[in-house]
Design a protein around this ligand. Structure first.
Ligand SMILES: *Cc1c(COP(=O)(O)O)cnc(C)c1O
Length: 401
């Protein structure tokens, strides 16, 4: 998955443009910047590739989620539906605004179960936030129907699935708002950075202002700009944007490599009796950053992960026990461990996540194994890996009989 694996001259050239002028900020200093506007160029490149009208760059994927929610007017006490399997950024970004993260089970897509989403809707619900984990997507059609019926926003967290699509639309562009991360381990990286995409002009204007202290960005004198509302600083720097500009140009090349490697590994295991592949919703095309499958039960899945690693298949994840990605280990959320006091709306609104039952999520994630697809593997390495995976899985499932 990570863009850092293929990194070199193009990235260096873009960064040098910025270093030569010394203008590291995305706004202002027009006369000094030798005509370089890396953040603006990257926003245009993302809008073009993602087939949307607007892109707003920010400092991270986490801030993209926060700014996206803020741009749509989400605030204290509003409920945002999110999955139990995701990255901690999902609830962090919601709580940052005083809104309430409502966790909902995943299904065999490893993303939000639309049936469970429906059950979780209350009169406080404002947003459904599917997270396209590990390169594949939520059932966006089902979710968007639910959102239309209940007048909710659909915000796609596409941080792990950039370059995938649903119903012919790039992931992130199907909902009202979509978010990407360009942190160091994502499919394309710029060190640290993120983006919000949308076709809604108001959200674009709001996110543009909100991510830069509420500045209206009208005119050429930053000091004279007005502030239509309160904001914060979620700006990206020109240096980061420059790297991103080189990487976005290579997105499709990266996806092609991932697809090729993924296909070889998938071929080697998908027909082994007892192996069940992750379900991809009809109309979905993955970005192939992970190959995910289910073993018959939790015990077998744990053994499989250990055996794969013992046999040299690295980058093999058992998310069920992972500290970052699953509710089971989010004690800081369950115990509401914060430095200062939380807004009352959050304290009162948040369900007691010690008590809540996520059996359905446990059922799927407890049996899941995800293999990271690398860009830097040689064909020979992928083939050897495929053979090893086949051998290990056949052995385990044979002895499990
Ligand atoms: C990486 C990630 C984020 C946050 O991105 P950062 O740029 O690291 O803040 C959010 N959601 C998901 C699903 C991610 O994988």
């Amino acid at each position: 998955m990570p863009g850092f694996e293929l990194f070199g001259d193009q990235e260096r050239k873009q960064v040098n443009d910025v270093l030569e002028s010394g203008v590291l900020m995305r706004y202002g200093f027009d006369g000094m910047r030798n005509g370089h506007w890396k953040a603006v160029e990257l926003e245009d490149a993302i809008s073009k590739r993602m087939e949307v009208k607007h892109t707003q760059l920010v400092s991270s994927g986490t801030s993209a989620l926060t700014v996206a929610l803020a741009s749509a007017g989400i605030g204290a006490g509003d409920e945002v539906i999110m999955p139990t399997f995701t990255f901690v950024a999902s609830f962090e970004s919601i709580i940052a605004l005083g809104a309430v993260p409502v966790l909902v089970d995943i299904d065999n897509t490893l993303t939000l179960d639309p049936k469970k989403v429906k059950e979780a809707i209350t009169d406080k619900t404002k947003v459904v936030m599917p997270v396209h984990m590990c390169g594949s997507m939520a059932d966006l059609k089902a979710l968007s129907l639910i959102c239309k019926e209940h007048n909710l926003l659909l915000l796609e967290d596409a941080c792990q699935a950039i370059g995938g699509s649903f119903d012919g639309k790039p992931l992130g562009s199907y909902g009202d708002l979509g978010c990407f991360s360009f942190d160091y381990v994502k499919t394309i990286t710029c060190g640290e950075g993120g983006a919000i995409i949308t076709n809604n002009e108001d959200y674009k204007i709001n996110s543009d202002h909100y991510s830069d202290h509420g500045h209206d960005h009208i005119g050429k004198d930053r000091g004279a700009e007005t502030h239509p509302f309160l904001g914060y600083n979620y700006r990206i720097s020109e240096l980061n944007a420059a790297v991103g500009l080189a990487q976005i140009a290579r997105l499709d090349e990266f996806i092609d490599i991932q697809k090729k490697n993924y296909a070889i590994l998938r071929n080697a295991i998908e027909n082994i009796p007892g192996v069940e592949m992750r379900s991809v919703p009809d109309g979905g095309v993955e970005n192939y950053s992970f190959l995910s499958f289910f073993m018959p039960d939790e015990v077998t899945a744990r053994t499989t992960q250990k055996e794969l690693v013992n046999n040299g298949v690295d980058g093999c994840f058992y998310w069920f026990d992972n500290n970052w990605h699953y509710i089971k280990k989010w004690d800081h959320l369950k115990d509401l461990k914060t430095l200062g006091k939380l807004p009352q709306e959050v304290v009162i609104g948040l369900p007691d996540y010690h008590m809540q039952d996520f059996k359905q999520s446990d059922h799927w994630l407890g049996r899941n194994i995800s293999i990271l697809i690398k860009l830097s593997w040689t064909e020979e390495e992928v083939k050897q890996r495929a053979e090893k995976m086949n051998e290990v899985l056949e052995n385990i499932l044979e002895t499990a009989k």
